[in-house]
Design a protein around this ligand. Structure first.
Ligand code: FAD
Length: 289
């Protein structure tokens, strides 16, 4: 089923993001997470696409397997990195043949060791071009990324919002935000997006904090900010268990606040682990204070 059709129905969606595992141990961890999270009946799950198309085979196989074995709706991520339009067309054909109806269309980050993104000859320079290409080829439902605090390369958040609008104009059916830790950032962005004429649903990307060093590494790469009180609590946590408790508590309060303000969907960056996402979900469904 197309995610756009699900989003047209009332009520919020809940979705989980996974990445393709690198080795057998990581695959085991992922399948345990899927087994644990599957019974929560998410609206859909998505599978990321590794740098430079490095996970192409694994991404396609994983979305097929999850859909076939769990019956949960899936979305495959796809990037422009290192790929010509012919190569992208062949991935699209493969996804279509596998019955996948939803694609998260991204430009992608520069490959490791390269400072800036460079489109290959015959490839795409930006996500809006990829989206237009997908739209012209198959009747996929297409999601795109957006950045409530602006994309790291963008000269301003305003310019980045204009680029988000271009993605919608090219045919994106919905947007998913980069992770953020302050709901005010999301609400401000949602208002600005509406003023800019973006009328598609915006799903909030939530990343439960699993380790203090992990979250710091993540925000240093993507430019998201950590509210001062959360940063203080993480700095003063006695151990990893306390970090996880702080992280679960913070994400839970974020999700509750977002749902109270009518967010259309919450997309959990699970990092292939179930424990924090499941704990947050259970607290949400129990409607804890
Ligand atoms: C929800 C989500 C999922 C993601 N999944 C993956 C994944 O699976 N694999 C992966 O490698 N990465 C993933 N990423 C990271 C993403 O690839 C990077 O953030 C990347 O740097 C930008 O991708 P984009 O699609 O937003 O690019 P774009 O929309 O092309 O934007 C990139 C930069 O160019 C600017 N820009 C956009 N369009 C134009 C234009 N037409 N002309 C001039 N400037 C423009 C933007 O303001 C921005 O600064 C994901 C990000 C998010 C938020």
């Amino acid at each position: 089923m197309k995610i756009s059709d699900i989003l047209a129905q009332p009520g919020p969606t809940f979705s989980f993001e996974f990445f393709p595992p690198k080795d057998d141990a990581a695959a085991q961890q992922l399948f345990e997470a899927i087994q644990d999270l599957g019974p929560l009946a998410p609206t859909f799950v998505s599978v990321t696409y590794g740098a430079g198309g490095s996970t192409r085979r694994r991404t396609v196989d994983l979305v097929k397997t999850i859909k076939a074995e769990t019956g949960i709706e899936t979305m495959a991520h796809l990037t422009c990195v290192g790929a010509t339009r012919e190569e992208i067309a062949s991935v699209l054909d493969e996804l279509r043949a596998a019955g996948i109806e939803n694609i998260m269309a991204l430009r992608g980050d520069p490959p490791e060791g390269e400072a800036a993104f460079r489109a290959v000859a015959g490839g795409f320079a930006h996500a809006n071009e990829l989206i237009a290409f997908i739209r012209g080829r198959h009747a996929f439902c297409v999601g795109a990324a957006c950045y409530p605090e602006g994309h790291v390369e963008s000269r301003s958040a305003e310019a980045d919002l204009v680029h988000a609008k271009w993605k919608v104009d090219a045919g994106a059916n919905f947007l998913v935000t980069q992770l953020f830790f302050d709901n005010e950032v999301f609400f401000r962005f949602r208002d600005q997006a509406a003023m800019a004429g973006i009328a598609v649903p915006i799903l909030a990307g939530i990343m439960p904090i699993l380790s203090a060093s992990g979250v710091r590494r993540m925000v240093s790469m993507c430019g998201a900010s950590i509210p001062r009180d959360l940063a203080w609590n993480l700095d003063h946590a006695a151990n990893d268990d306390e970090v996880r408790r702080i992280g679960i508590d913070h994400s839970y309060r974020q999700c509750r606040g977002l749902l109270e303000e009518g967010v259309k969907g919450i997309h959990f960056y699970t990092l292939n682990r179930s424990i924090a996402t499941k704990a947050i979900w259970q607290r949400l469904t129990r409607r804890e204070a």
